[in-house]
Design a protein around this ligand. Structure first.
Ligand SMILES: Nc1ncnc2c1ncn2[C@@H]1O[C@H](COP(=O)(O)OP(=O)(O)OP(=O)(O)O)[C@@H](O)[C@H]1O
Ligand SMILES: [Mg+2]
Length: 469
């Protein structure tokens, strides 16, 4: 332990390796450290500590799990990992820290427009009571319309680590901060309706190697390394990706097909090599490739040279990464028919999981998730809604809930702006969403569902006719 401690300007510092928090700690601002480290730092459970990576932030010291003791690690949430600019397995420094009561704090919402008012500010302040913060931190807060918002601390007085108390003056800025780094993204499995078996299957593949590390080497079993998720649009594939990435304790990298092909055009292969290298260096790791059909379309006559080279590069990276390290690749697509068939050869994506339109029970779950904090009138029946929405995707159901809410809001405020991201907590208190509001929402979204079905049928007939020719 000695070699991990330092004494700079009377501050005792311990260097620890970062590991991801277990699921139950995800939303808590705690850092789990072992007893020995607490003694060295002269702190006890509940004390506030500074965590220093590329940036500095603060957390609450909490005892480590017995099996982590003596390993020189600290377990922190993905939000804290982001806040201190580090990643799993990197070493950060930890020290005891003096905190001040925050006098003033200004928070800016990430990626959403908010109409703030003093009541909403009080609500946020109450949620953050006793929370240690530093400038630049991302903070996650559950708010009215069945959702969470991430805020960034853009102003804080005094400097350093502060705790938010009832006498702190908290303001919410009108400015929106662009969500460039997925800062607002803290989706968990609880946000997904249905898909239980699919989630189980994926988790098994991801978690098996870490649960029984000796299994594969002892019995020379080849565990599955590649999973392909496919299915119609709006059924939760990307949502699932975000949840797995947040919930898994493995290092994860997300690649988006269109981004690799457009943003890095001409450098797509290099970018892919870099990302795979990064994953291997941080293994066990998961690489997610959303919209993989864009990077790996069928290599037909009409495919350009660049596209062909990128597909070939991806295939060789997948083959290489499996043989070298504990890397799992999860590809996601809604166009499996246009995917390069070589990707489906054994040893590449050997688990292919369909994410289909939700059944009635799953639809009820999705309705429940998206109305969780909506003020529903007693007579609204989720069961009934689920029954009346065959062929609706999860995204359609989200649409129905948003439309119903807008209908209800119109009663209170006739000129409501139709931007559904606009949230006003005061208004929410005045409304109740009725079965009729849902009927209106359902009617509106039904049109899209019907149109989509017609289009799908048309495409199918066209495909069949082409086959006949
Ligand atoms: N199973 C689900 N549970 C809860 N919400 C869902 C579910 N499926 C979809 N949604 C809602 O619909 C939105 C869109 O879903 P998502 O982006 O995951 O679809 P997708 O399958 O990736 O579609 P695409 O193939 O077009 O990319 C989600 O952000 C969520 O609000
Ligand atoms: Mg998607």
């Amino acid at each position: 332990m000695k070699d991990r401690t330092n004494n700079i300007e009377d501050d005792l510092i311990v260097a620890l390796r970062v590991q991801k928090a277990k699921k139950r700690d995800k939303e808590r601002n705690i850092a789990r450290i072992d007893q020995e480290t607490m003694e060295i730092l002269d702190i006890k459970t509940g004390d506030i500590i500074a965590l220093v990576g590329k940036k500095e932030s603060a957390g609450i010291a909490w005892p480590s799990y017995p099996h982590d003791s003596g390993l020189g690690i600290v377990r922190i949430s993905s939000r804290l990992i982001k806040n201190i600019g580090t990643s799993i397995d990197e070493t950060i420094r930890i020290r005891k820290v003096k905190t001040h009561t925050a006098q003033n704090i200004v928070l800016a919402p990430i990626g959403v427009k908010l109409k703030s008012n003093p009541r909403f500010e009080t609500f946020v302040q109450r949620k953050l009571n006793n929370f240690p913060v530093t400038i630049g931190d991302l903070l996650l807060i559950s708010i009215g319309i069945s959702r969470e918002i991430t805020f960034k601390v853009i102003n804080l007085k005094p400097n350093g680590v502060c705790t938010i108390k009832p006498r702190t003056i908290l303001k919410i800025s009108d400015d929106i901060i662009e969500d460039n780094e997925g800062g607002a993204d803290l989706v968990t499995y609880e946000e997904i309706g249905g898909l239980k078996e699919e989630i189980m299957e994926i988790r098994e593949i991801i978690e098996l190697p870490s649960k029984i590390p000796s299994l594969s080497s002892r019995f020379e079993i080849k565990l599955p390394r590649g999973i392909l998720l496919y299915g119609p649009s709006g059924c939760g594939k990307s949502l699932l990706l975000r949840a797995i990435s947040n919930e898994s304790e493995a290092f994860s990298i997300s690649i988006n097909g269109p981004e690799i092909m457009r943003k890095f055009y001409g450098e797509s292969e290099k970018k892919l090599r870099e990302l795979f290298k990064k994953a291997e260096n941080n293994s066990p790791a998961i690489i997610f490739i959303d919209n993989i059909d864009v990077i790996a379309p069928k290599r037909e006559e009409k495919t350009g040279d660049v596209e062909k080279r990128v597909v070939a590069q991806l295939i060789s990276l997948i083959d290489g990464s499996y043989s070298r390290g504990e890397v799992i690749v999860i590809g996601i697509t809604n166009k499996i028919e246009s995917l390069e068939p070589a990707l489906l050869s054994p040893g590449r994506f050997d688990r292919i999981i369909e994410i289909n339109l939700p059944e009635e029970n799953s639809r009820a779950e999705i309705f429940r998730i998206h109305t969780r904090s909506m003020p529903l009138e007693k007579s609204v029946s989720i069961k009934e809604l689920a029954k009346n929405t065959p062929n609706f995707s999860g995204a359609d159901i989200t649409g129905v809930c948003k439309e119903a809410l807008i209908f209800a809001l119109r009663r209170v405020l006739p000129q409501i702006e139709l931007d559904s991201e606009e949230i006003d907590s005061k208004l929410l208190k005045q409304i109740e969403i009725t079965p009729n509001d849902f009927d209106q929402g359902l009617k509106k979204i039904s049109k899209n569902v019907k149109l989509r079905q017609k289009l799908m049928e048309y495409n199918k007939t066209k495909e069949n006719n082409n086959k006949k020719i």
